[in-house]
Design a protein around this ligand. Structure first.
Ligand code: ADP
Length: 633
């Protein structure tokens, strides 16, 4: 079953290709852009939540280590105030004799050793060191004027002096705790304890902790990383720098700013700092980021800062970002593949539906056409039945006509037959009378001759009546006829008329067997020869040519006369029933019609020709017995 190709014609190429082209052009960059975007988002979210988690953890660490620093510092806060209780100190301040000084020096030396502080010393109200624990050392503070020190200035005013500075004599950093020594409500001197806090730094380093402590000026005074020590964490103006230099708090250190590459504030006391890679420690590494958490240290103007490296977190965030990007790429790939497959399936389904639709349309059409064909087949069958009936009716009518024609011919012939029979009868009467007389006279030979003639006459009469009987008998279409015999019979039947006009017959045919009933052939020939005789009535030398020839399995007999011929108007109606030019009752107009129909009934034909030389030729074609009979029409 073929399908109509127009039913599922593809979309025009221009329309089908354009969206696909756009998709192919824009989809890959879009997927890549989304991949990068989502990768970054994954990285950012991972880093954000990682920092938050680190921050929570860092807060605990910050608290822990800040408290450790606080306890380390507060450990010494009581020490200077103890000297208030020592009478030798107040005695020295009241009466600074060498003996008193030595007593206090010894006392301070012992106290310093026990407290494990760096140095303990006592100043008078002018800021001069009166006694010190390191009186034995070369760089002893003894006699030094330290009135410029802020801690002294605070303490002499009765305020607690807290100070981190670098010693002006030996350049050694230390934490100074000063206390104004009171006697009777009056400050008579200042006691100072210098403490070294390097132990904290060492502890941080051992714990691999990155931390620093910055003082009230924003200068890093303690740091796990020595490189950061004495760097400022806030920008310092030139004025401040000069002031600090003059105070010699940090000796002559340049106080450079600790400059991070990037600084991002995350929350109160929380920052993200990025420092350039330390070439000494982290060679070939990228910049280092830290989570910086700062907390003020109680009882001091200082801040403790904990630095948590973010490299691991960053690495993890990068991995997460890559993972997200790869996952997205995978999902995108799967989605694209699924979409393509869906489209293929949809296209197949559409094609299948179109095919089914085309099939069903085709089947509908076939059904409709089959119904039409059945209907027309039925109509044709009906028509065939009608035609057969009509044919049957026609055949019956034809047979009736043949019969009628025969009767007419018989009627027509009856006159000549009567004439034919009357002549021999009259002759018989005469001959029989004569024979009786010759027998009476004894002339037996003459009587015998007469009797022979009588016999011949009786035979002739018998033949005439036999021909008449066979002519009148109804025959069927089947059968075989001998042409020569039929011609003889017809001439014999018309013998009287032929003889009366002295007809000259030219027999130029072969005695063949043709497929027609003998009687019917004779009847046709009687009609044709009879008509020829009628046409040649006025002809002084009537001649009849009977010429035969074989062609194409048939035998063609030409019956030609030299009669008056047929005029042009009459030629059109020759084979019409009851057409006759003969006057009165001479013609019925059935002879040619019947003859033609008899010839046609056997598969033959009867035609007419009008020779230029005059006369008429009737051409009778009949199938030969030896050949395959042609189908009747
Ligand atoms: P009918 O002989 O009774 O007239 P036919 O059918 O035999 O009927 O002939 C029809 C007519 O055809 C005749 O009346 C005659 O005019 C014409 N006809 C037939 N045969 C000949 C012939 N051989 N020559 C001239 N006219 C003929």
């Amino acid at each position: 079953m073929k399908c109509d190709p127009t039913l599922y014609r593809a979309a025009p190429p221009s329309l089908a290709v354009k969206p696909r082209l756009i998709r192919h052009l824009f989809l890959p960059p879009l997927v890549i852009a989304l991949m990068i975007g989502l990768g970054f988002a994954g990285f950012w979210i991972s880093e954000h939540y990682g920092i938050r988690s680190l921050s929570e953890n860092g807060q605990r660490q910050l608290e822990l280590h800040a408290r450790a620093v606080e306890s380390e510092i507060s450990k010494y806060t009581y020490l200077p105030s103890l000297l208030e209780l020592e009478s030798s100190v107040s005695t020295l301040l009241a009466d600074p004799t060498p003996e008193h000084r030595q007593t206090v020096n010894d006392y301070l030396e012992g106290l310093n050793r026990r407290s494990r502080s760096r140095a303990i010393y006592v100043m008078d109200t002018t800021g001069r060191v009166m006694a010190t624990s390191n009186w034995r050392d070369v760089d002893s503070y003894l006699g030094e004027d330290l009135s410029f020190r802020a801690y002294f200035q605070n303490a002499v005013r009765g305020q607690p002096g807290r100070f981190y500075g670098i010693g002006s004599t030996n350049g050694e950093p230390g934490y100074y705790l000063a206390h104004g020594l009171e006697e009777h409500g009056k400050i008579i001197g200042v006691a100072v304890v210098k403490v070294r806090l390097e132990a904290l730094e060492e502890r941080w380093q051992r714990a691999r902790l990155e931390a620093f402590v910055s003082d009230e000026n924003g200068i890093i005074i303690l740091s796990s990383d020595p490189a950061r020590r004495l760097k400022s964490v806030i920008p310092l103006s030139d004025e401040t720098k000069e002031k600090l230099a003059r105070s010699l708090q940090y000796y002559w250190f340049p106080l450079n700013e600790l400059q991070p590459l990037a600084r991002e504030r995350l929350a109160e006391g929380e920052e993200k700092l990025t420092f350039p890679a330390n070439s000494e420690v982290e060679s070939d590494e990228e910049d280092i980021s830290y989570l910086s958490q700062t907390r003020p240290l109680s009882d001091t103007p200082w801040n403790f800062t904990l630095l948590t490296p973010l490299q691991d977190l960053r690495r993890e965030a990068i991995n997460q970002g890559i993972l997200v990007a790869v996952a997205f790429a995978l999902v995108a790939f799967l989605l694209i593949a699924w979409n393509e497959r869906r489209k293929v399936i949809a296209t197949r389904l559409a094609a299948r539906e179109a095919l089914q639709e085309a099939n069903s349309q085709l089947e509908r059409r076939i059904t409709e056409r089959t119904t039409d064909l059945r209907a027309s087949n039925e109509r044709l069958k009906g028509q065939i039945r009608e035609r057969r009936q009509a044919e049957e009716t026609l055949r019956r009518a034809q047979d009736e006509l043949v019969q009628a024609g025969k009767l007419a011919a018989i009627g027509q012939m009856s006159t000549s037959i009567a004439h034919e029979l009357n002549q021999p009868l009259a002759a018989l009467r005469t001959l029989s009378g004569n024979t009786v007389r010759f027998l009476e006279r004894g002339q037996l030979d003459v009587a015998s001759t007469n009797l022979k003639t009588i016999n011949e006459l009786i035979d002739r009469m018998g033949r005439i009546t036999a021909s008449l009987r066979s002519f009148a008998r109804r025959g069927d279409d089947k059968g075989q006829a001998c042409l020569g015999k039929a011609v003889d019979a017809a001439l014999q039947l018309l013998g009287g008329r032929a003889e009366s006009v002295h007809l000259q017959v030219h027999r130029e045919f072969t005695d063949v067997q043709v497929q027609i009933d003998q009687t019917r052939l004779e009847q046709i020939l009687v009609n044709l020869i009879g008509n020829a005789l009628d046409a040649m009535q006025a002809q002084p030398l009537p001649e009849l040519w009977l010429e035969g020839e074989e062609y194409d399995g048939k035998y063609r007999l030409r019956v030609r006369d030299n009669g008056h011929g047929i005029d042009i108007e009459a030629r059109k109606h020759l084979f019409e029933p009851f057409f006759t030019t003969k006057p009165g009752e001479q013609g019925l107009g059935l002879g040619l019609t019947l003859s033609a129909s008899l010839a046609a009934a056997t598969g033959g034909h009867l035609g007419v020709e009008h020779p230029a030389s005059g006369g008429t030729t009737f051409v009778l074609s009949l199938p030969l017995v030896s050949s395959t009979p042609a189908e009747s029409i």
